[in-house]
Design a protein around this ligand. Structure first.
Ligand SMILES: NC(=O)c1ccc[n+]([C@@H]2O[C@H](COP(=O)([O-])OP(=O)(O)OC[C@H]3O[C@@H](n4cnc5c(N)ncnc54)[C@H](O)[C@@H]3O)[C@@H](O)[C@H]2O)c1
Ligand SMILES: [Fe+2]
Length: 864
């Protein structure tokens, strides 16, 4: 609440150098009181508030009389209402509010909000509402357990002091500590400045004009500073005119307009202008002629546009007398102002008029009216209050969008409306935040929340996890028979040239029930986006009901991407592979997996990637391997028939098998690992350690092939939910740059990454669900479950590492980049880029240890 009048003691003097014992003593007493207040419980606080409210109510009339007597302006009856609002309405709002201890609890998010008082508040009071603002601030301070030192306006110190004394006494009878409410009535600038800069003052709460606000802000302390108003009111052609007129008269005459949200200028649509003016006149307003407007402006404001004290809060008769024209007993004087915006801006009456004078602008269009309202706010009313009378919702919306005020009242009076609780459900207040527009930091209707330090006591929250798998997985020899059960009128078989040559496509075709079958055999290892786009084009305008992907991970990944891009042609690789920190919060948006038009069946011919069940598809894009990950990519059906892998040559058997082992080992220690995924990881490790050497040694060993096929899918189910880690980041970087098969690249780093993750990290990965760093123990447990023995965790872990090392050697995995066919010099030269590529890889996000760039470099070095 404020006035733009300079008659308040806007402190602008330099900081007083000398100590002032009297003021120091006041602050010291306030600090003592603050200490005692802090110890009060909610019940006592509420009792105190009750006692203060009762005292305010019982003295509402006396205090209003005192204010009238001292300030000499305003309307007694309205000042009484203001005092009621500051007590009764405030009480109604505050009575159930918790302000001590836990005041709010958000169980779902695990956060408790604990309130603490601020301490000592220095409160400046305006001349316009000296007693009501004092009552309001005192009660809010008590409710929030803050001590408060009041600085009333020089011209309203007596009535404000009386109000404070009454409330202190009433509060004390209910347990309020002595000196919780104090007044420093000496209104000199030096005193204000001294207190502004006093180290014992924690917060300045100013209600005043622009100068007081500026001085408060300049004090360099936390502050709530609420400034001046200049409320425009737009009456649109759709307005209810008789209601609007009564509202405006109630509000503009309220305490003779001595209240900062009061209506200042009416902007009226041409179509209803005459009706509005006639109705205003009928209800007791008087339209001024041009000379009268000039005369009034001349006596209300000085040449510099500053308001004149004699004119504030006067009756129309007094004002007419001052301006030298005759007047009856009118309620409000209407001053027609120019519609031309430039002329309006230059008119002295465009500003705040704390007297029963309303500017009146006839507006030819909605656009003009909005411009005029904005213009009015720009003359001292930014951030404060405005109003619109309309039934046309579109107009209300446009008004609310255009005008920059903290409160936009719709079909309600501003003076009483902005205070909240009377014409709307806004928070009751005598302190109207004007936001940064008004030099403050909030547009709130200031109340108890603004006077509390609220601590968020946030419980650790472990996000819920999941275990998602495709709906159907068929496995073991003969699983391919299940193709026949897939009811589909048409199908496209996606594969690569080699698989087609081996006759696998024909076999698939034989098992399909439909006859409309096309073949896309254009997938190459490590597929690129271009290949996928070609596949999308091949699917054409009449896509099949079913895609059957038959091949290695490359084929299945390509088929997943084909379906995705065919169903959602607008998607781009750039968007889908946007970097993320937590997959659950990522920015990339994937389509809803429930809305596939094409079903996807995946038949792996390698035992490695797990792509037949996984939500991932790895594509080569601009020299990097990028992973698309989303559950919408998961195939609908996985058919894992080990016979399809019988033809896999030994080297590829080894490569792909080591990929599967890497999946199991990485998912096992991932920050998303769960008891569900652990079970799958351990079983996959068990099967692979035993079966892979046999499958490599004898490709025709169906039993070994069966174990490997199942293990790869099982590991796929694990990493589909727990994801992989740094090993895959390294392998993707090397694989893309040097054309090394994916599994082979994984094998290069696996021994080093295992040991790296088992050591105590230099930096941990923040992961609420992970808790303690359990990688070392988990790896030991794996060794025990796998029957590797070991009397201590350390020994068990070592045995696991050795077992993996032995397997890699057994199946002929290269241990160095040179052995993997990479030129060592080229590898060393590429190290900085490899580190960058690995660092950008999404697989890093779930590694338990946070890989530092330097550590990535060291891991790359280990394989060279
Ligand atoms: N989507 C995922 O979840 C996931 C996981 C890990 C890896 N990957 C990706 O999968 C790709 C690697 O897949 P992959 O390891 O299965 O290899 P691949 O699909 O690239 O196949 C490698 C080669 O083996 C041939 N081949 C496949 N099956 C055969 C068989 N039964 N007999 C003879 N030859 C056969 C293929 O024709 C191809 O030439 C990489 O791009 C990798 O990044 C994907
Ligand atoms: Fe992999």
């Amino acid at each position: 609440m404020s006035t733009s009048i300079p008659l308040d003691e806007a402190p602008a003097a330099p900081v007083a150098e000398d100590r002032d014992d009297r003021l120091d003593e006041t602050v010291r007493r306030a600090r003592d009181a603050a200490g005692a207040l802090r110890a009060l419980d909610q019940e006592t606080v509420d009792r105190i508030v009750w006692a203060m409210v009762v005292a305010g109510l019982e003295n509402a009339i006396d205090l209003a009389e005192l204010a009238m007597e001292e300030t000499g302006f305003g309307v007694l009856e309205d000042k009484v209402i203001k005092n009621y609002i500051a007590t009764e309405f405030l009480y109604d709002y505050l009575k159930d509010k918790r302000t001590v201890g836990v005041i709010e609890e958000d169980t779902e998010r695990g956060i408790q909000y604990v309130a603490e008082p601020i301490g000592v508040v220095l409160a400046l009071l305006p001349i316009t509402n000296p007693t009501s603002t004092a009552l309001f601030k005192a009660i809010v301070a008590a409710k929030t357990r803050n001590a408060i030192i009041f600085r009333p306006s020089a011209r309203a110190a007596r009535c404000a002091t009386r109000a404070i004394e009454l409330l202190q006494a009433a509060g004390e009878s209910a347990g309020l500590p002595p000196n919780a409410l104090q007044v420093v009535p000496d209104a000199t600038l030096e005193v204000s400045q001294y207190l502004f800069h006093h180290p014992g003052v924690d917060l300045i709460w100013t209600t005043g004009g622009p100068k007081a606000v500026a001085a408060t802000n300049a004090a360099g302390k936390p502050c709530i500073s609420v400034g001046a108003g200049n409320a425009p009111v737009y009456l649109h052609a759709s307005a209810d005119v008789p209601m609007a007129v009564v509202d405006i008269l109630i509000s503009k005459t309220f305490d003779a307009s001595l209240i900062c949200p009061a209506e200042q200028t009416l902007v009226v649509d041409d179509a209803i202008y005459d009706d509005v003016v006639a109705e205003l006149a009928r209800m007791g307003a008087r339209i001024l002629g041009p000379d009268e407007v000039d005369a009034l402006a001349a006596c209300a404001f000085d040449a510099a546009g500053r308001p004149q004290l004699e004119a504030l809060g006067r009756s129309c008769t007094d004002l007419a007398g001052l301006a030298g024209f005759a007047s009856g007993d009118e309620k409000v004087l209407l001053a027609p102002l120019p519609a031309d915006l430039e002329a309006l801006a230059a008119h002295p009456l465009v500003q705040e008029k704390l007297m029963p004078v309303l500017g009146l602008v006839r507006s030819p269009s909605v656009e003009h009216a909005l411009d005029a309202c904005v213009l009015v706010t720009e003359h001292g009313g930014l951030g404060h209050t405005s109003a619109v009378y309309a039934t046309d919702e579109a107009v209300i919306a446009r008004f609310a969008e255009r005008v920059q005020t903290g409160r936009v009242l719709v079909n309600a009076p501003t003076a009483v409306g902005a205070l909240g609780g009377v014409y709307n459900r806004m928070t009751p207040t005598f302190s109207l935040g004007c936001g940064t527009w008004g030099g403050g930091n909030t547009t709130d209707n200031i109340n108890y929340r603004n006077l509390l330090n609220v601590k968020a006591v946030a419980r650790r929250q472990t996000p819920p996890q999941w275990f998602r798998v495709p709906s159907d997985t068929y496995f073991n020899t003969g699983a391919i028979e299940n193709l026949r059960a897939l009811a589909a009128g048409s199908a496209v078989i996606v594969t690569d040239a080699g698989t087609e040559r081996r006759g696998v496509v024909e076999e698939v075709r034989r098992h399909l029930a439909c006859t409309d079958v096309r073949v896309f055999a254009g997938v190459e290892p490590e597929p690129s986006e271009e290949q996928v786009r070609r596949g999308v084009a091949m699917l054409g305008d009449t896509p099949p009901e079913l895609i059957v992907a038959v091949g290695g991970g490359s084929v299945i990944d390509a088929a997943k991407a084909m379906r995705l891009f065919h169903e959602n042609p607008e998607l781009t690789m750039r968007e889908l592979t946007l970097p993320f920190l937590d997959a659950r919060k990522r920015v990339a948006h994937y389509p809803d997996s429930a809305r596939h038009r094409i079903r996807l069946a995946a038949l792996p011919t390698t035992a490695g990637t797990g792509s037949e069940v996984s939500p991932a598809a790895v594509l080569t894009h601009e020299g990097r391997k990028l992973t698309l990950v989303d559950y919408s990519l998961v195939p609908d059906v996985a058919i894992v028939d080990p016979r399809l892998t019988l033809t896999l040559p030994p080297v590829m058997t080894a490569d792909t098998g080591i990929d599967a082992l890497t999946h199991a080992l990485e998912a096992y220690v991932s920050i998303f690992a769960s008891p569900f995924t652990d079970a799958f990881c351990l079983q996959a490790m068990h099967l692979i350690l035993d079966a892979l050497p046999r499958a490599v040694a004898d490709g025709g060993d169906l039993e070994a092939r069966t174990d490997m096929a199942n293990a790869a899918t099982i590991a796929g189910l694990a990493f589909s939910n727990a994801f992989v880690g740094v090993n895959h980041a390294l392998a993707h970087a090397v694989g893309a740059r040097f054309g090394v098969a994916h599994g082979r690249a994984n094998g290069l780093f696996l021994p080093h990454v295992l040991r790296y993750n088992a050591a105590i990290p230099r930096k941990f990965m923040p992961a609420p669900g992970y808790g303690a760093y359990v990688v070392p123990q988990k790896l030991a447990q794996a060794a025990w479950v796998l029957g590797l023995g070991g009397h201590s965790e350390e020994v068990a872990r070592e045995r696991l590492f050795e077992r993996v090392d032995a397997l890699l050697a057994d199946v002929g995995m290269p241990t160095t980049v040179a052995a993997a066919g990479i030129d060592v010099e080229a590898y060393r030269a590429a190290l900085p880029e490899l580190v960058r590529d690995a660092f950008r890889d999404a697989s890093l996000r779930t590694n338990p240890r946070m890989p530092l760039l330097e550590e990535l470099g060291a891991l790359f070095q280990k394989a060279s």
